[in-house]
Design a protein around this ligand. Structure first.
Ligand code: CO
Length: 134
């Protein structure tokens, strides 16, 4: 069911500092910051040869990463995103196996304009999983 790693998302308290560190210290290609108000984050994309890392900073009052940064003030890995070919089939298989899909269970349009679902971290060893249909 799982395809490639689409991206790994890191929550960071200071996007400019994190972006500069990836660019200057790690020598990676980084994008300009992009505000995604619908998703409550500002994101910088770190473009790697085989995948992306997304640096996420909270945007607005209802940011989905605000609570994570309260618990992890230095930042940390927020989620990993795997690609799937059919998000409805994947969602149905997960529900049938007892895994919890966050929200109302229906795919939402993710940060890349494609359908996504998130899976409860307690069902997957403490890591929030995003599935994205590609
Ligand atoms: Co993501």
């Amino acid at each position: 069911m799982l395809g490639r790693v689409n991206h790994i998302a890191l929550a960071v308290p200071d996007l400019a500092a994190a972006s500069a560190s990836y660019r200057d210290t790690l020598g990676a290609r980084v994008s300009q910051p992009q505000a995604l108000p619908d998703h409550g984050v500002t994101v910088v994309f770190v473009e790697l040869e085989n995948t992306k890392v997304e640096l996420l900073e909270p945007l607005g009052d209802a940011s989905p990463i605000a609570a994570f940064l309260e618990k992890n003030p230095a930042g940390g890995m927020h989620h990993i995103c795997y690609e799937v070919a059919d998000i409805i089939a994947a969602r149905n298989r997960l529900l049938a196996s007892g895994a919890r899909v966050l929200g109302n269970g229906e795919p939402k349009t993710g940060a890349h304009g494609k359908p996504v679902v998130f899976l409860h971290p307690k069902d997957f060893f403490g890591t929030l999983i995003e599935l994205e249909q590609v």
